[in-house]
Design a protein around this ligand. Sequence first.
Ligand code: 13P
Length: 250
Amino acid sequence: MHRLIVANWKMNPDTPSEARALVTATKLVAGNLRHTNVVICPPAVFLALLKPTRKIALGAQDISTELRGAYTGSISAPMMKYSGVTYAIIGHSERRALGETDEIINQKIKIALSQGLRVILCVGERARDEHGHYLKHLREQLEKAVYRLPRPMAKGLIIAYEPIWAIGVDAKQADTPAGFLEQSIFIRKVLSHWCGRTMALELPILYGGSVNPKNAVSFIKEGEANGLLVGHESLRADHWREIIKIVDHA
Ligand code: 13P
């Protein structure tokens, strides 16, 4: 399985020229990759400026629950597709914090997959308690996300495990590779009840949360992550390039 390294730019950078510069920097390394596919998820207004290449795919940071109509400010999955997008991040904790419910996420996954987009479903707990309640939360997020989705849809699904406490420049630390591995085993177990054991074992699971050039390799090697979802470090061209190279060589 190819590794997947995804940049979530969130609401950055400010200008189209900065966005173009980041893609140009990515192209410098992407051409030589052997085991890794790169996805860039820019703010939607920059999509038209950033053409996907054989090695760099484009992703949406979110999509609408609807296909068209009177939904001010929303962007549909077909519009994303026509803008060159092949992946969609759904259920990011920053969107959940704005009120996105599990039911909305379920609807978005259904729409995205039925339109042929690959879904990067984000799950993760706010805090890790010693009694293991966070596992119940994680289970619920997963079960509700795939509720009543046809099993074959699992083929288009990618899970990103992003513990909220590890996200952002202010986070104290990233998860540990061992911690991630434990969660990914749990995620596969929960999803196997939906899509069956074989498919659950094949689901790509990415780690996200304070990924940087220092910890990237350990998540791939010790954590057995199928890839990484990178936030603020994907906006620093030098660090971002290093992370991509490290993942490809790991
Ligand atoms: P950081 O890499 O900035 O912690 O963000 C992770 C993230 O939320 C990616 O979706």
